[in-house]
Design a binder for this molecule. Sequence first.
Ligand code: GRF
Length: 202
Amino acid sequence: RRIAILISGRGSNMVSLIEAARGADFPGEIALVLSNRPDAGGLERARAAGIEALAIDHKAYSTRESFEQALDAALRERAIDFICLAGFMRVLTSWFVGRWEGRMINIHPSLLPLFRGTHTHRRALEEGVLVHGCTVHFVVPELDAGPIVAQAAVPVVPGDTEDSLAVRVLAQEHLLYPQALRMICEGRARLDGGRVVFAEGW
Ligand code: GRF
């Protein structure tokens, strides 16, 4: 399995995937990191890890479609099988999502279906939930609405701020995302008819 990671920022989840995939028994290889922002800190971190890292600047394209065509071409040229979105901050059209159906996952910093979209930690604190967390899901055209592959929960504790909660959730993201990717690469979780089918006995 040749895996691409799509980022827009610092890429801490990307690093956790790269590190996990270095393990000799990992059933896939991180073959490419792509960013829509040339200044994303994650690009340098990927290169330092010896992985091809490419910026495809969405601002250089006049339409969302032409940007996505460039993205798609870069992925296909490198025979990528599977995409992990990791802090990738561009909304993808149903054309792109359809082309990668069942072969693209995302990590979202909330227990979906709660708190789709941005500012999830602030909204969790505002709502007063006492359990929060993160979710890995297959990507569908509707934002943060895809079938769930894996989740991890953390407590919300008295005195929490947006930042302290983000740190606690992020630590779980870094554990959860590699686990979820492994499950999918090993065929223990797959998308079938719009639902995730889990293999028995795992
Ligand atoms: C993470 O919180 C992830 O869940 C969200 O964006 C953030 C990206 O952080 N989608 P990083 O770039 O992986 O450090």
